[in-house]
Design a protein around this ligand. Sequence first.
Ligand SMILES: Cc1cc2nc3c(=O)[nH]c(=O)nc-3n(C[C@H](O)[C@H](O)[C@H](O)COP(=O)(O)OP(=O)(O)OC[C@H]3O[C@@H](n4cnc5c(N)ncnc54)[C@H](O)[C@@H]3O)c2cc1C
Ligand code: SF4
Length: 493
Amino acid sequence: MHADAATLKAAAAQTLKELEGRALGPRDRLAIPCQDMPAQDPMERIRNMNEVALGYSAEQARVEASRCLDCKNAPCVQGCPVGIDIPRFLKLAAAGDFSGSLAVIKESSLLPAVCGRVCPQEVQCQAPCTVGKSLKGVEKAVSIGRVERYVADLERAEGRRAKAVVAPDTGKKVAVIGSGPASVSCAADLRKAGHAVTVFEAFHRPGGVLIYGIPEFRLPKAIVDDELQGLRDMGVSIETNYLVGRTRKLADFMSEDGFDAVFVGSGAGLPTFMNIPGENLVGVFSANEYLTRSNLMKAYAKGEAATPIYEADTVAVLGGGNVAMDSARTALRLGAKKVYVVYRRTIKEMPARVEEVAHAMEEGIEFRFLENATRVIGDDKGRVRAMETVRFELGEPDASGRRRPVQVAGSEAELAVDAVIVAIGNGSSPLIPQTTPGLNTDDHGRILVDENGMTSLDGVYAGGDIVLGAATVILAMGEGRRAAASINRRFLG
Ligand SMILES: Cc1cc2nc3c(=O)[nH]c(=O)nc-3n(C[C@H](O)[C@H](O)[C@H](O)COP(=O)(O)OP(=O)(O)OC[C@H]3O[C@@H](n4cnc5c(N)ncnc54)[C@H](O)[C@@H]3O)c2cc1C
Ligand code: SF4
C-alpha cells in the first residue's frame, strides 16, 4: 500500500524540524527514516498513461539526502558508470541548495531527470552504499536516484535551465549517428569542447529507446524532449528521418561531407523472436513493435493517433526483463483485461528491476514462472487464439550463473490468449555494419571497438548498445562520454 504524497511530505517536514540545528553523527544519520516514493494508486494508474511514481517533495529530498554519511572513499561513486560526485550533490540537496546539487550532477551527466527515473540504482550506485550495508539491505541505501530526480524536476518546473558552457569554435566537425543516451552524451561533451556536432537520427523524433521504448508511465516524453533541448541550446544540430546506410553511407561523412570524426550509437533495435511455430500469426508482436506503436506513434491515444493498436483481452508477454515489464504494463493500459508474464525461470532470476516487477504485480499482472511457450495457436482467420506452454524445473547453474531451466516431460498445456508479445531481448541494429565495408563486428553483430572506443575504421568511434549489446541507459552514456574524450584527444593530436 502506497502512502499518499501529502502524508509523506508532512512526515518529512516533521523529521526536518527535528534535525534542524543538530550536528549529526553517523549514528543519527542511520536513524533517519528512508523516504518512500509516493505513487499513483495501482487501480487508478492502469487506466491512464501518466507517470506511476510521483516524485519526492522538497522536504523528502532533503531528509533522504541527509541520510548520506559523506563516506571518504564514496563507494557509490565507484558504482556510477559516469562517476557523478554523489556525496557532494547529496550534501547540497540536504542543505536545500537544489540548484547547486543539480550543477554537481550536470558536471557528469546530461540526463539527470532520465537517469533519476530509469537507472537501476539498486545494482549500481546504491548497491555499495554504506548506509544500505550498515542497515543490511540495499533497499535501505540512500535513494540517490530519487534525490537526483527531484533536483532535476525542480529545475524544469521552475524553467531555469542553466545553459552549458561551450568552448570557442575549434573548426572540427563530428557526425553522431543515433540519438539515444550514448549519442546524446557524446554529442554534449564534443560540443562543450567547441566542435560542431550534427546528430543523424532515423526516426522522426530523437531520443532513442528513451522515446520509442520506455513507456510514458515510467518516463514522460516531455522530460526527454526537455533534456534534448539542452543539447540544441548548446548548438548541436539534430537531423531526423535520416537513416545512415540508406539516406547516406557512413563512409561518405568523412570522405565527402568534411566530418573529422564519426560516432555510431545506433543501439540494439533488432527484435529477437522465439522461433516457434505460429509466431507469424496475426496478434504476435515483438516488444519493440508493440512499444514503438504505443510510445512513438501514440497509438494509445485512440481516435487521435493514426497508428492502430491491436485490441486484445488476454495478452501473454514472453520474457522477464524490463522490456517484458514495460510491454505487460502497456498492454494493461491499452485495455487488456488479463495480462500474463510467462518466464521460464523464477522471480529470483528475473533480470527486470525489482521496482518494476513490484509495480507490475500491484497492477494485477499474473506471473507464470517456470513456464514457456512452445507454439502459438491460431483460429481459422489466422489470428492468435491460444499458446501451447510447457513447465520447467531449475537444474544446475549455466554459464550466466543462473540455474538452467529443464523442461518437465509431458507438461504441455494450452493457455487461451489473443495476443502474444515476444520480449526476450534485442540484437544489434545491423544496417550500419552491413553498409560500411571494413567496420568489424563480433558474431552477435556488435561493433568492435578498442580501449578508446574506436572501431576498425580510423576516426570512426562507437558506443552504447551497438557495442555492449542491450545494456542500460547509464552504461550507454558512459560509453558516449568515453568516445567523446577519445575524439577530443585525437583532435589535440
Ligand atoms: C523497453 C525498454 C525498456 C528499457 N528500460 C530500461 C531501464 O529501465 N533502465 C535502463 O537503464 N535501461 C533500460 N533499457 C535499455 C536502454 O534503454 C538502452 O540500453 C539504451 O537506450 C541504449 O542507448 P543507445 O544510445 O546505445 O541506443 P538507443 O537508445 O537504442 O538509440 C539508438 C538510436 O539510433 C537510431 N538509429 C539506429 N540505426 C540508425 C541509422 N542507421 N541511422 C540513424 N539512426 C539510427 C535509433 O533509431 C535510435 O534512436 C530499456 C530498453 C528497452 C527497449
Ligand atoms: S556510499 Fe552511500 S552513504 Fe556513502 S557517500 Fe555514497 S551515498 Fe553517501
